[in-house]
Write a protein that binds this ligand. Structure first.
Ligand SMILES: Cc1cc2nc3c(=O)[nH]c(=O)nc-3n(C[C@H](O)[C@H](O)[C@H](O)COP(=O)(O)OP(=O)(O)OC[C@H]3O[C@@H](n4cnc5c(N)ncnc54)[C@H](O)[C@@H]3O)c2cc1C
Ligand code: SF4
Length: 503
């Protein structure tokens, strides 16, 4: 009896374990029409990136006994495609790398069970830590703290270590990663142009036709679609932006959508780049090129700390995680999340970049759109669908814990120990957005008050019963308790009017 191997568009790692488990006469199925492309209005650039990358991989493999199911207007369901193959070409084993979402894994399990097929789910080689590693680290712990996970991985793989001590004496240089936009005293270099070849243009035409009503511009498509090109992008980042990455990691500036960020998440999450390769190179540059430690440590922490931790959280908590709604929020997502049509300049900038490039950097996602969604009480499922649809790097394993956990605290504290709630004062400190905004970040109850300010206090008032006993919120609730009732009433009233207007 034969086996079938299955490759999804985000499983492009060179060392994907499916290949080594198949014999020459086993069939390999490359499956493009991922269900979520059709369920939510995915950014066109994301579909173009994934389909182009997959098609280039297929032509480089040139494998006999392979099947290629393409995107189409009437997409075949995965289970129907598998059934067809089964009827024509019996197989009793199905090899797949762990999919990027729980539902696909469940569908595969169900299919294999009813057809008496053995399902072999392989380790995903685009991660450093396997799910088993994460489980063994988390076993017996009451709460999972990212910082300790990060230190554990650093020690385990001896990354930025001097014996058993962290290089530089500190594990985490986050405090040195918080300079605002006003401290930037040099031009931010433009991104290089990546060549759009014929295959990509063909895919663009196809995607534009099939996903007519989907979100996003395609004109600015500038993504690598092969392993070699992705490596070049990594080198370019290290050469041009890396030294400033650390200091300005949290800074935001008008019309600077990329700042000093790496733009590597799309490649890491699709398997075009290997995380350990990135980390080893970053560490090397610390000694060979004198890249500042706050950049090197900060970057490595994002990859081996946050990226791996977030994935562990996803698989340890699904499927119930997706249903969490700690604040019981139900407000509809405002239309300006799609159009960018709002007077709030910070949101307009973040959505604009999202629409143009399928990209917004971390602080825009966390402290602008995510923070706003939490303060405004947007339904977690609607905001999660938005993040999943609009970003080039978005898959449920990474989008969900970042949105439900880090950005909106809808998970009640699984990812973070307190909400990342902030008023307009934070955005004003880290960016130059407020200078071009109709609202005033210094005002809370006046006519021109920044909506983030009154929504922030309104959020704290509304959720006092849930948050005031959190030791990390003590200080802020102490401040709130000193505010007079008329101020609180004004804050509530202004929030009510604003939220009604945007609904
Ligand atoms: C609400 C919200 C939703 C998000 N959704 C996604 C998503 O769908 N996909 C995604 O890859 N990241 C997501 N992130 C994390 C982060 O914003 C992106 O990884 C980052 O902006 C990608 O841009 P970059 O490659 O330039 O990252 P850089 O700032 O250059 O960081 C380097 C790398 O670190 C990794 N990284 C950094 N932070 C995180 C994190 N919190 N979780 C996972 N990896 C991280 C990424 O691989 C990234 O490429 C989300 C964050 C928030 C707050
Ligand atoms: S004033 Fe408020 S709404 Fe305007 S950019 Fe600043 S934080 Fe955003």
């Amino acid at each position: 009896m034969k086996s079938l191997g299955l490759i999804f568009p985000d499983q492009l790692s060179k060392n994907n374990l499916v290949y080594e488990n198949l014999n020459k006469d086993d069939t390999l199925l490359y499956f493009e029409p991922v269900q979520t492309f059709y369920d939510i209005p995915h950014h066109k650039q994301k579909i173009i990136f994934l389909i182009s990358s997959l098609r280039k991989l297929i032509s480089s493999h040139n494998r006999e006994n392979s099947l290629h199911k393409k995107i189409s207007k009437q997409p075949p369901k995965l289970k129907d495609t598998l059934k067809e193959i089964l009827q024509e070409n019996k197989f009793n084993k199905l090899y797949v790398t762990k999919p990027s979402d729980f539902q696909t894994l469940k569908d595969l399990m169900f299919f294999c069970q009813i057809h008496s097929i053995e399902l072999i789910v392989l380790k995903d080689t685009k991660f450093i830590c396997s799910n088993e590693d994460f489980q063994s680290w988390s076993a017996g712990k009451k709460s999972l703290i990212q910082e300790f996970f990060y230190r554990w991985i650093r020690k385990k793989y001896s990354i930025l270590m001097d014996g058993d001590k962290p290089i530089g004496g500190k594990w985490n240089l986050d405090k040195d990663n918080r300079k605002g936009a006003s401290a930037i005293n040099e031009e931010i270099p433009d991104r290089n142009n990546i060549k759009t070849d014929e295959l990509i243009v063909d895919v663009m035409v196809e995607v534009n036709e099939i996903f007519k009503d989907s979100f996003g511009d395609i004109d600015n498509f500038n993504w690598a679609t092969t392993h070699d090109e992705a490596l070049k992008q990594m080198s370019w980042f290290y050469k041009v932006y890396f030294k400033n990455f650390g200091s300005y990691q949290d800074a935001m500036k008008s019309d600077e959508p990329f700042m000093f960020h790496s733009l590597l998440s799309a490649y890491l999450n699709a398997g075009l780049l290997d995380p350990m390769e990135c980390v080893v190179e970053a560490e090397k540059l610390y000694s060979t090129e004198n890249i500042p430690l706050n950049s090197v440590e900060g970057f490595i922490r994002q990859i081996i700390g946050w990226r791996e931790f977030i994935r562990g959280i996803y698989w340890s908590n699904m499927p119930h995680y997706k249903e969490l709604n700690y604040f019981e929020n139900s407000r509809n997502l405002p239309e300006f999340f799609w159009s960018g049509n709002t007077d709030m300049h910070c949101i307009q900038q973040s959505v604009d970049s999202t629409r143009k490039y399928a990209y917004a950097h971390h602080i825009q996602r966390l402290m602008v759109t995510g923070n706003f969604a939490m303060l405004a009480g947007i339904s977690p499922s609607q905001i999660c669908d938005w993040y999943l649809a609009v970003y080039i790097d978005a898959y449920e394993w990474v989008e969900l814990p970042n949105t439900l956990g880090m950005a909106t605290f809808s998970d009640g504290g699984v990812v973070g120990s307190k909400p990342y709630a902030a008023s307009g004062k934070y955005i004003n400190r880290m960016s130059n957005y407020c200078k071009s905004c109709k609202y005033n970040p210094k005002n809370t109850t006046e006519d021109d008050a920044c909506p983030f300010n009154y929504l922030y206090w309104n959020f704290l008032i509304k959720n006092e019963a849930k948050l005031s006993s959190n030791p990390r919120m003590g200080l802020i609730y102490n401040t709130l308790s000193k505010f007079k009732d008329p101020f609180k009433e004004k804050v509530k009233r202004k929030s009510e009017i604003f939220l009604k207007e945007i609904s």
